[in-house]
Every structure is written in C-alpha cells, then in structure tokens.
Write a protein that binds this ligand. Structure first.
Ligand code: M6R
Length: 368
C-alpha cells in the first residue's frame, strides 16, 4: 500500500535510495571484478561488439541518452540511442557484432518488443534492461539485467528510471572490464562512487520541502523550460516529460547550447527555467551553462538552478537554488532528476490531478 503517502508515485520517489541500493547489490565478486550473471552473451562475443544501439520509449529512452555518455566514455564503443517506435522503420544497419540494448521498465512495451524482434531477426544480440521478472522483452532477449526496483505502480516512472541508470552504468563498466578499456582500479573506484549514491539521493529527498515551496510558487505556470548539458541534457528532457504527464503543463527540455539556435525566442518575462548545472571540472561546461543562464535572465526568465553543494560561482546567477551533493558528472543525473520528479508530483497534486493515473496514459503501452 501507500505507506502513509498520498500517491504511489510519491512513495516510489522516496523509495529511490533503497531501489538504487538493491540494484547495486551482489554485482561484484570477492576479487572486486564486476559480474552481471544474467548476461548470457560470452565475453568473447562482447569483445567483438563494434556498435551499441540503445532502444526504448519515454523515460526509458531518456535513461538511454544518459547511458550513451557513460558507455562511450568508458568503453569507446560507438553507441546510438533510438526511439523504439522509429528504429525498425529506418532500415538500421545491424550485424552479429551489434549489441542492441532494450530498456523497458515493464518489459511489455509493444514498440520496444517489435524493435527487438526486428533486431534479432537481423542477428544482432539483444540485452534487455528490465524491472519486471519474466516479462516478454527479457524472455525474448539474449541477456537481461534486472533493475530490482520493486513494483512501480505510479504511471510516471521514477524509481524505474533511477535503477535503469544504475543498470546502464553497470553494463558500461562491465563492458570496459571485459574489453580492457579501463583499468580494474578505475572501475572499482566508479563502483565505489555508485555505492555512495543511495545516501546522496536521500540527502536530496531530505530537502523536498524546498522543492514543494517552488511548486506552490509556480502552481499557475503555463509553461516551464528545462536546460541541461552533457549528462544533464537528458535530465532536462525527463524533467519536462514528468511535468507534461502529471501537471498537463507545456514543458520542454533543451540542450543549453541549443538555446541560441532557436528556443531562446520562447523566453519571456517571468518564465520559469530549470537549469541543471554541470559539476565544475576540467571541461568548460559549467562556464558555458552560466553564459546560457545569463542569456535567459537578460530576457526576464527566472533561473531555477540545480547545482552542486560548493558551487559558489552559480550563486549570483541563480534566482532560486537547489543544492545537490557533489558527485562526478556522469553520475549526477541520479541526483539532479529527483527534485524535478518532486516538483512535477507536487505541482500536479496542487492542481488537483490524479498523480498515479494521469489522463490518457497507461502504465504499459501494449499497442504500437
Ligand atoms: O515500461 P517502459 O519502460 O517500456 O515504458 C516506456 C514509456 O512508456 C514510459 O517510460 C513512459 O514514458 C512513462 N509514463 C514515463 O513516466
């Protein structure tokens, strides 16, 4: 049942630290090497993989977009991400050495199922990332990584998404281990950082009240934008999807660098814009994000920034500031998406919508 929460969705958001911990459990051997025992594709075959294509729909597709950043960085295998509903209609190039990764919380999504059937008919290998044991997509795949989030009842995916990210990170690290593109120590270090994530997610949840105050402030908004860069870009897309699904508000996510190529024309006085600020690092992403924020503020938008704890540089530019624990860039989506989930859930509640059963939507979409 709902354990005292008003919605299954809110309960599931608050279950995320446990869900992520469960997804990480028993993934390595005594020697520290990663093992994903549901992967029934031989290590020799995995060493031959020359292309990865991730296929999924909706929120699972956005998990796939994050996966691309991590998998390519760690394995150096080219990785494409494609909407399942588009995949088989474009005559994709598939060989025995293509690894198709199908991400589906329910394991029953028709678009994704049809895409993997097509891929297998072309002799590609298919690995499913799925939350529902024994569902159709893992049954029809060559291998499966289960996400162990526990049943997700709310139509909007939350803990399903976070645990899909975990499975994608583990897959990337496992491939790096098998192919030797990363040293064992480096892999072990990233796994150790992954293991600290449940406590960091809890820290973000402990500040839910701050996000609820924002939802009260913007309860009458007619449009909300979300900006991100690098792994924060798919988070912006996911934040927008959550708000559309639950609050029925016009919401769009953009790569911050694309602003000047068009979307900046949408900026007007008082428009709320969530900005997923990348961690400061050796690249220039953080500074470039700041210049994007300056551009939207100069046109009257309100910048609601999600930024890491000790990021003082952002303070003068942020109209509102939500702090996130400091973690590496590739893992930040596990934290930055959480306030966006809370915002959508709370705003929809305040508007009087049914958060668990949003209009026109079903938990698993079994028609193409
Ligand atoms: O079960 P799946 O992961 O295959 O579902 C894919 C999408 O239908 C799903 O993520 C949908 O976008 C959710 N309503 C998102 O909250």
């Amino acid at each position: 049942e709902k354990d005292g929460f008003d919605w299954f969705m809110r309960k599931e958001i608050f279950e995320q630290p446990d869900a992520v911990a469960a997804s990480l459990l028993s993934r390595h051997t005594a020697t520290g090497a990663l093992q994903l025992d549901e992967v029934r594709i031989s290590e020799d075959d995995l060493r031959e993989v020359d292309k990865i294509i991730v296929i999924a729909c909706g929120t699972s597709f956005y998990a796939g977009l994050v996966a691309k950043y991590a998998i390519e960085h760690w394995t150096r295998i080219p990785c494409e991400v494609e909407l399942a509903s588009e995949f088989r209609y474009r005559d994709p190039i598939l060989t025995r050495d293509t690894l198709v990764v199908a991400i589906s919380q329910s394991g029953e999504t028709a678009d994704t199922l049809m895409a993997i059937r097509y891929a297998r008919a072309q002799r590609a290998k298919v690995l499913a990332i799925c939350n529902s044991n024994g569902s159709t997509i893992p049954r029809e795949s060559d291998a499966v990584i289960y996400t162990h989030a526990g049943p997700e009842i709310g139509v909007a995916s939350t803990k399903g998404y976070l645990t899909q990210l975990i499975a994608c990170y583990l897959l990337g690290l496992y491939l790096a281990q098998v192919r030797g593109t990363r040293f064992g120590d480096e892999i072990a270090m990233i796994v150790r950082e992954l293991e600290t994530m449940p406590q960091h997610i809890q820290t973000v949840l402990d500040n839910a009240e701050e996000v609820y105050a924002l939802a009260r402030e913007y309860v009458d908004a007619t449009s909300v934008l979300f900006l991100g860069r690098h792994a924060g870009y798919p988070v912006a897309l996911e934040g927008a999807l959550k708000l559309k699904e639950l609050a029925y508000i016009h919401a769009e996510g953009f790569a911050a660098g694309e602003l000047k190529h068009g979307p900046i024309a949408l900026i007007e006085d008082g428009l709320p814009v969530f900005c997923v600020v990348p961690p400061r690092g050796r690249d220039q992403l953080h500074d470039k994000m700041i210049s994007g924020i300056q551009e939207i503020k100069a046109r009257g938008a309100t910048a609601i920034c999600l930024a890491e704890d000790d990021d003082d540089e952002i303070t003068p530019y942020a109209d509102r500031l939500i702090r996130l624990p400091k973690v590496s860039t590739l893992l930040q989506p596990l934290l930055s998406v959480v306030p966006l989930q809370l915002f959508a859930c709370e705003l929809a509640t305040l508007r009087g919508h049914d958060v668990d059963q949003p209009r026109n939507l079903a938990k698993s979409v079994t028609v193409e």
